[in-house]
Design a protein around this ligand. Structure first.
Ligand SMILES: Nc1ncnc2c1ncn2[C@@H]1O[C@H](COP(=O)(O)OP(=O)(O)OP(=O)(O)O)[C@@H](O)[C@H]1O
Ligand SMILES: [Mg+2]
Length: 327
């Protein structure tokens, strides 16, 4: 069981949500609850049903069956009212390139019916947060991809939403711009905003999410914190040791054979390389293991240039889970 939930009411509650196109099912009885202030990443291969899910939650398309609630408001019964609860950053950048950033925000604010003085105040704050104040009167078509993306997030925040949906918010951005957007998301989270995001960048999901859900063929196959997912695939830690003297690797392997029988670890190695990789049994106490391996290296006069442990990352988890027949 995943304990990474708090006891409050979910901000986003998805119940048996389903979307069928003709005979093909795109989202299949999806059930997810996301709690206030959580960042939840929905992962899945191309065509898994992520955008279709977000499109249903943002009332762009009608579910075939099931229901959803945003801040306890029934999305099917109140499709208009619910629009005031969330902001959305869609997969394609949806801003007017032939307008300035200020104009984009201003027209959107007018659509929301925000009063002029209040609107100008909000726009100013959002442009400061997005680091775009000095470019506010430039045409958005002259912005870089990262700047356009930041403006899209500012647009999504204009109506003070409690919930933010973001479909691949950092696609195509350089590493620095991606990290700036991560920073923005974290500060929104600190303000208590709940974020449902999809991404193909697993480092992004790992850096940002409280919980992760993986969908395949429209079905949620697993969800939980990264630690929980690692556990789910029986992920183990590997230890990498690089040797100073490559020529002696064959001897080292014999020696490590003995070590292996004592410590019950598996040896993964490549004869052409200058290293040895040990796969630790699950639940190994790393500190004890490191002590005994240091002792072993010293006792056998094995000189090494590098020693590190490698924890499985989300990519290992994702590949394992999307390749499994049954979870
Ligand atoms: N308007 C539509 N008509 C028919 N099928 C559709 C429609 N929209 C989506 N689908 C199908 O629904 C499935 C899920 O698509 P969706 O866009 O939700 O995937 P995704 O997980 O967002 O993928 P990606 O990572 O490529 O963005 C796909 O098989 C897609 O072909
Ligand atoms: Mg998509």
């Amino acid at each position: 069981m995943d304990l990474n939930k708090n006891i409050s009411q979910p901000s986003i509650k998805i119940v048996d949500l389903t979307k069928r196109y003709d005979n093909r099912i795109s989202v299949d009885k999806l059930n997810i609850e996301i709690y206030p202030g959580e960042i939840y990443s929905l992962l899945g291969e191309n065509g898994a049903g992520k955008t279709t899910t977000i499109n249903m939650l943002t009332t762009l398309i009608k579910p075939s069956s099931g229901s959803f609630y945003l801040d306890n408001l029934d999305g099917l019964k109140h499709p208009e009212k619910i629009k005031g609860v969330f902001g959305v950053v869609s997969q394609d950048v949806s801003i007017y390139l032939e307008l300035t950033a200020f104009e984009n925000l201003y027209f959107m604010g007018q659509m929301y019916g925000i009063k002029k003085n209040e609107l100008i105040d909000r726009i100013r704050k959002l442009l400061i947060d997005a680091n775009l104040l000095d470019r506010a009167n430039d045409l958005v078509g002259s912005y870089s991809g990262g700047m356009q993306r930041k403006l899209t997030i500012a647009m999504a925040m204009l109506n003070h939403p409690r919930i933010l949906f973001m479909d691949e918010p950092t696609v195509g951005l350089d590493p620095k711009s991606r990290r700036q957007i991560w920073q923005t998301l974290k500060s929104l989270q600190e303000q208590g905003i709940t974020i449902l995001l999809t991404t193909h960048y697993l480092d992004e999901a790992q850096a940002l999410s409280n919980r992760i859900g993986i969908i395949r063929l429209g079905k949620l196959v697993v969800e939980g914190s990264i630690d929980y997912l690692r556990d789910k695939i029986h992920a183990v830690t590997n230890v990498l040791i690089k040797f100073a003297d490559k020529k002696n690797l064959v001897n080292f392997k014999d020696l490590f054979g003995k070590f292996k029988t004592i410590h019950d670890c598996e040896i993964l190695h490549d004869d052409l390389q200058d290293h040895i990789m040990l796969k630790l049994p699950r639940n190994t106490k790393l500190k004890d293991f490191f002590n005994s391996i240091y002792l072993f290296l010293n006792e056998n006069n094995i000189e090494y240039t590098h020693f590190s442990s490698i924890e499985p990352n989300l990519e290992d988890v994702f590949i394992a889970i999307t390749s499994m027949d049954e979870i």
